[in-house]
Design a protein around this ligand. Structure first.
Ligand SMILES: Cc1cc2nc3c(=O)[nH]c(=O)nc-3n(C[C@H](O)[C@H](O)[C@H](O)COP(=O)(O)OP(=O)(O)OC[C@H]3O[C@@H](n4cnc5c(N)ncnc54)[C@H](O)[C@@H]3O)c2cc1C
Length: 383
């Protein structure tokens, strides 16, 4: 179905992102995969091209245009090159940016945003802990008052960009005031250490790490937002994270679908292209219909988000259906590749493992169903 979401400026922007992807990411892909991280050089190039300051006012070095459709285009083009690019850069532009823009003081914005837009400050978000993922109320990292500042101890796990980040927006329990508070933990702070890069099943280009905090002395100026209100602040930002991942999920599957259509016309069995078998046609027809449906819903959510009208429930639905359809479509495409679909050099094999996490992160799909279920008035009995 023809998309109605974008205007000329988004289409021009897409061309420049696609050129960046072809020039800076594709030729270095195998190296990024084997070193399990994207070179800082690529971040700096993305910054230079203006991709990292989307939505950031020009006075802090950003694009000066607050229009999430540009973020959507950026994510879609990155996803076509590989899911890990979209997740790594997306943490910066779609997940952390709103924290640094909306919850910070003028002094903090001046301190962090220019480097953030240039790619000199790569960021991460540290919510998940070894014993607290879906249930963030179980966060055990603790920041106690220490003079004017805070002393942070604890750990985080599964943190995207965690190994290379210069600044990690970190959620920690604060006894005074009670609740969760958010802090900027910066590279080089004493007591801030990282584990090795985690050996994930897929998305090898993205660095994902455990983080350790051993009485890290945080100045008062590194508190982000109001102390004790961290949980509400994080919940308030989840819709953008979920719509961002939904956009990328659909684009990623669309790319695999496109490659599979080419493959089934080239590959022959029993003297004919495998695409000419009725089963292949039916499978791909089903995938195409599902993707179209997901695309239309997600585009509508992006439109609502740009208008400031996207609800948490709509974002949860977009995350849920896009990840389910993405995984179903890619699995079907892998089957149509036969044995080659299981070989790492084939895009479909990489995409299959890369996609599996999308049903787990940004809130698991079970948690999405909880959010949607509650909106239907269906709650577990209390007590
Ligand atoms: C590659 C990768 C990158 C990540 N990046 C980041 C990052 O940058 N920052 C960050 O903070 N986190 C990140 N995460 C963490 C991710 O968001 C969590 O893994 C996810 O939220 C699930 O938490 P968990 O792993 O602790 O699973 P758990 O919460 O232990 O869940 C285990 C299972 O129990 C189910 N479950 C839990 N509660 C309920 C319930 N109430 N009802 C029904 N079922 C339930 C879950 O759905 C799941 O199936 C990343 C994870 C991975 C693997």
């Amino acid at each position: 179905m023809k998309r109605a979401l974008f205007e000329d400026e988004h289409n021009w922007f897409r061309e420049s992102v696609a050129a960046f992807v072809d020039r800076e990411l594709m030729p270095n892909r195998e190296r990024f995969r084997s070193q399990r991280s994207i070179d800082r050089e690529a971040w700096l190039k993305a910054g230079e091209a203006g991709f990292l300051g989307l939505g950031v006012p020009a006075e802090y070095g950003g694009s000066g245009i607050d229009d999430f459709r540009f973020n959507a285009v950026f994510g879609e083009e990155l996803a076509r090159a590989g899911f890990a690019y979209a997740s790594s850069f997306g943490i910066q532009t779609d997940v952390v940016a709103p924290y640094l823009l909306r919850l910070t003081t003028e002094e903090q914005r001046r301190r962090w945003l220019p480097g953030f837009c240039k790619g000199e400050i790569v960021t991460a978000i540290g919510m998940t802990e070894p014993a607290a993922g879906s249930d963030l109320k179980g966060i055990q990292s603790t920041a106690r008052r220490d003079g004017d500042g805070w002393s942070l101890s604890g750990s985080k796990t599964f943190i995207t960009n965690g190994y290379n980040a210069n600044l990690v927006v970190t959620a920690a329990r604060t006894p005074d005031p009670g609740g969760i508070s958010l802090f900027a933990v910066e590279e080089g702070m004493e007591g801030f250490n990282r584990g090795t890069k985690l050996h994930k099943l897929g998305q090898h280009e993205a660095d994902t790490a455990e983080l350790f905090f051993d009485e890290v002395a945080l100045p008062a100026e590194n508190l982000i937002g109001e102390p004790g209100r961290g949980m509400a602040l994080m919940m308030g930002h989840l819709s953008q994270e979920r719509i961002s991942t939904a956009v990328v999920n659909v684009a990623h599957a669309e790319n695999v679908m496109r490659l599979t259509l080419e493959y089934v016309m080239e590959r022959k069995a029993f003297g004919r292209p495998i695409g000419s078998f009725q089963n292949s046609r039916f499978v791909l027809a089903g995938c195409d219909a599902e993707l179209d449906m997901a695309r239309v819903y997600v585009d509508r959510c992006v439109e609502a988000h740009v208008a400031g009208e996207l609800t948490a429930v709509e974002a949860a639905k977009a995350k849920l259906i896009s990840s389910e359809i993405q995984n179903r479509v890619i699995d079907a495409c892998m089957q149509l590749h036969g044995g080659y679909g299981y070989i790492e050099e084939y895009e479909v094999a990489r995409s299959w493992v890369d996609a599996r996490i999308t049903r787990i992160w940004a809130g698991t799909n079970e948690i999405m169903k909880e959010v949607i279920g509650r909106s239907l008035g269906l709650e577990e009995p209390q007590g």
